[in-house]
Design a protein around this ligand. Sequence first.
Ligand SMILES: [Fe+2]
Length: 148
Amino acid sequence: MSALVLDAPSPTLPRQWAQQAQLLERQHDRLESLLTGLIERHAVPDEGRSPQQLDADRQDCGRLLRQLGFHLRLEERWLSRLHSFCGGHRSSHRQALTLAADGWAVGQTLRGARLPWLMDLQEWFHQHRHGVDAIAYRRAEARARGQS
Ligand SMILES: [Fe+2]
């Protein structure tokens, strides 16, 4: 899958929920993969990474934050259109963004602080995807079917 799917809004974003849901699920897969990779890389002590790898670790964490923010905004927009984005879901997204930003404020310069932060984000993401998101996506699917 192209990295462009997460990197920037596209003028060709799908208009139908079925395709939107597929795109959101691909973003979920990509974010999970990115998180897993970053956790594996940050489990390696600094001495085991080259200066270029250390720089890439930091840059990819920044990329993770941008992609997570873009994904959450897109999901909020599309679920809201189908009246399937509730206040609890919004609060959960805010919680994740706060967790992400607060952790990055420290981890941006302190590599040793990133591993627990990444693991917390991974835990939130996994629970959210298979809990709140799964329920909202089913609701959106039912509403989209009712509109067609
Ligand atoms: Fe969500």
